[in-house]
Design a protein. Structure first.
Length: 96
């Protein structure tokens, strides 16, 4: 779980990291041991519009450029991701 904005998540130091940069670290070029193996990412973070919008589209592909990858988001692009203060993330609980 993390804070986020469209196409980015916030690390423990408060720095924004592009999701695409994280995904690229697991491609067959960077990690040949994972070639042909499924890579699953479940992102529990807001995807609200960024106040630092650089005009770049995020995840606007007809076909993913990354074979064997699945990226699931807790919310559609442009929206916040809610959690219950007692029970935690609705998204994570739904995957139990």
């Amino acid at each position: 779980m993390s804070h986020g904005k469209r196409g980015h998540i916030v690390d423990s130091d408060g720095e924004e990291i592009k999701l695409d940069d994280i995904i690229k670290e697991f491609t067959e070029e960077k990690c040949p041991q994972l070639k042909g193996k499924p890579k699953l990412f479940f992102i529990q973070a807001c995807q609200s519009p960024s106040d630092k919008d650089d005009g770049e589209k995020c995840w606007d592909y007809d076909i993913t450029p990354y074979p064997d990858f699945f990226v699931g988001f807790s919310t559609p692009a442009g929206f916040v991701s809610y959690r219950d203060t007692e029970e935690g993330s609705f998204y994570a609980r739904a995957m139990e």
